[in-house]
Design a protein around this ligand. Structure first.
Ligand SMILES: [Zn+2]
Length: 308
């Protein structure tokens, strides 16, 4: 049984601006926790400059200013950093996702701001789900998501049947007891499916799918592949795609109940949000640490600006 952190614990840890900035700095730089400027003073001694407009921390020994938010989604944002942290935490913890309207009501930001915050967080999440499956039992299935015509031009022709533009194809790759990866696919034909599978699944994996003919080329491509015939049964020995079916049913419930209708260009980011939450579901902090560590790759830009 996993003991998840409570809202109160989170509030206590990241309740103030200084706590958030110091935590962000710790995630971003120097594993040894020493001054970024090389003076060997610990980061925990940094002084928070509350009176400056750009949020900075000052090293008391070498008087070096450090800006923890540079080159991250928090940079140049008028939203307080502690609100960012709280919204990130709530998005990770929520079962069915959070809509921009909910953020508006709870934090008092405009809809546009809330929308931008949420999408910035989703984009960051997508950096944490870049995994490749190696040596695992993997289930693969495809489905279509009714995405409507939101975000399309007025007279766009939508077409009918498989491959119509009102439905977006999605591919689900899930390791049993492990992570999941969800992808928007242009169609469900053999070549398309194979190219996506080859990108994310190593040939050391055992693949289970249904009998859709799009998967018939997997064995030729060097995978060990077993199918289950859904017109007869849902499990055939180890072969089943029940984890995929679960994910699709949850995902559709989230999209149609929390978000109502989504822009077809943004669907990949909703999928990334879902796969983040699914893949890190066993983490005590709902994956908050993983999320923050995705800021850690400091760009050269940041180092140069600070060294100057
Ligand atoms: Zn220093």
């Amino acid at each position: 049984m996993i003991k998840y952190i409570t809202d109160k614990d989170f509030q206590r840890k990241y309740g103030s601006q200084k706590a958030c900035l110091t935590a962000l700095l710790n995630y971003r730089i120097s594993e040894d926790g020493l001054c970024f400027n090389g003076c060997k003073a610990p980061i925990s001694n940094y002084k928070y400059l509350s009176e400056t407009k750009r949020k900075a921390l000052l090293c008391p020994r070498c008087l070096h200013h450090t800006y923890p938010m540079v080159d991250s989604i928090f940079n140049h944002s008028h939203v307080a950093i502690e609100d960012w942290f709280q919204i990130i935490y709530e998005m990770l913890r929520s079962r069915n996702g959070i809509s921009a309207n909910e953020i508006c009501n709870r934090y008092g930001y405009s809809y546009k701001t809330a929308f931008n915050i949420i999408h910035a967080i989703r984009d960051q999440m997508s950096k944490c789900v870049n995994f490749r499956f190696v040596n695992e039992a993997v289930e693969i299935d495809e489905s279509f998501l009714r995405s409507g015509n939101k975000g399309m031009k007025k007279n766009t022709s939508l077409g009918v049947g498989r491959g119509n533009r009102k439905h977006t194809g999605i591919l689900c790759i899930v390791a049993r007891g492990g992570a999941a990866k969800l992808l928007v696919i242009p169609n469900a034909e053999g070549d398309t499916l194979l190219s996506y599978i080859q990108e994310f699944v190593d040939t050391s994996c055992r693949i289970y799918t249904d009998e859709w003919k799009g998967y018939s080329g997997l064995e030729r491509a060097g995978y060990s592949h077993k199918t289950v015939n859904h017109s007869k049964e849902f499990t055939d020995g180890p072969a089943s795609t029940n984890n995929c079916e679960n994910i699709f049913s949850n995902l559709k419930r989230i999209i149609f109940s929390t978000h109502r209708s989504v822009n077809h260009r943004k669907i990949q980011s909703y999928l990334d949000e879902y796969s983040f939450r699914y893949s890190y579901r066993n983490h005590e902090d709902y994956g908050f640490e993983v999320f923050m560590q995705s800021f850690s790759s400091l760009s050269e830009h940041y180092v140069l600006r600070n060294a100057a």
